[in-house]
Design a binder for this molecule. Structure first.
Ligand code: GLU
Length: 296
């Protein structure tokens, strides 16, 4: 029997807030309950937005919450060559193509009625079938492309690999029920797999690292539920094992909207400095408070 492996994978582009506390505590406690291992991964591929003080803040907040994790911590920005190697495999199979379109090129050609699950206009295929000569002249001119997935081709390849079975994933619901969900990666369109500015993308880095680290159970917020569709597709294309997913509820902010750093949600640090205790945080995120913590 394999030992369960769980992880918390924050992006250090802001301080952790209550939503992160729920994610980290859920992963840590599920790992304990299953007799598994718990890892921390710093998802800092967005090198312009990631900051060392936010990374230090993650360590301080987790220590305060009593969350421990194995060493060494995986820092994604130290592994760009691995993400590129995975992208090269996909490129070699003709599943990626270079795209030089700018945001405004895409905005002017996209169908406003069609957007991906993040609300971004679906890429209108501008560079999908461009002749080699045009690509080469752009590259020769020093322009850097992003690499996009040819979604229709990718779906065909996945279909061949899976035979008649649809692309699926297993979701563990809060009440312990196991659901089989049919993935619909096509709703992401020809998504970016390697960005122009960094040699990776969130979807690529996450699947490469979950496979490398042997993650068996992915506990994370419901806001990443739709991302699972394209991540499952990439896992099949790259021959990676299939983890089990458990997407937890989101914590709403004071205005009832999703908590996010940009909305100025109160950080765990600010709550701590205002006198909140770890049991208070558990209560605030709607988690039960074990008896040994209640007196705090
Ligand atoms: N780094 C992602 C975030 O902070 C989470 C990735 C994941 O759990 O798959 O939203």
């Amino acid at each position: 029997m394999t030992i369960p492996v769980l992880r918390f994978a924050p992006s250090p582009n802001g301080p952790l807030h209550l939503g992160h506390a729920l994610s980290a505590l859920t992963g840590f406690e599920t790992a304990k309950r299953l007799g598994g291992r718990f890892l921390l991964r710093i998802e800092d591929i967005d090198i312009t937005r990631s900051r060392a003080d936010f990374i230090n803040g993650i360590y301080a907040d987790l220590a305060w919450l009593g969350i421990t994790f194995e060493q060494p911590v995986l820092i994604q920005s130290e592994h760009f060559t691995d993400y590129l190697a995975a992208a090269e495999r996909l490129l070699g199979e003709g599943l990626l193509y270079p795209c030089f379109a700018t945001r405004s090129d895409i905005a002017s050609k996209a169908d406003p009625a069609q957007s991906d699950p993040d609300g971004v206009p679906l890429y209108p295929g501008i560079w999908r079938n461009k002749a080699d000569i045009e690509l080469q002249s752009r590259i020769a001119g020093g322009e850097k492309p992003s690499l996009r997935l040819n979604m229709l081709k990718a779906r065909d390849v996945v279909q061949q690999r899976l035979g008649r079975a649809p692309l699926m994933f297993t979701e563990l619901a809060d009440d312990g029920a196991t659901l089989t969900v049919i993935a619909d990666p096509a709703r992401w369109g020809d998504a970016v797999v390697v960005r122009k500015d960094v040699p990776a993308s969130y979807h690529l880095a996450v699947v490469v690292d979950d496979a490398r680290q042997g993650v068996t159970h992915i506990t994370r917020g419901q806001d990443l539920y739709a991302a699972t569709d394209i991540q499952r597709l990439l896992q099949v294309l790259l021959g990676f094992p299939e983890p089990i997913y458990a997407h937890h509820r989101l914590i709403a902010g004071p205005n009832g909207r999703k908590l996010s750093k940009s909305l100025g949600a109160r950080s765990l640090k600010a709550l701590r400095e205002a006198g909140a205790t770890p049991p208070d945080i558990r209560r605030m995120v709607g988690m039960e408070c074990p008896a040994d913590l209640q007196s705090e």
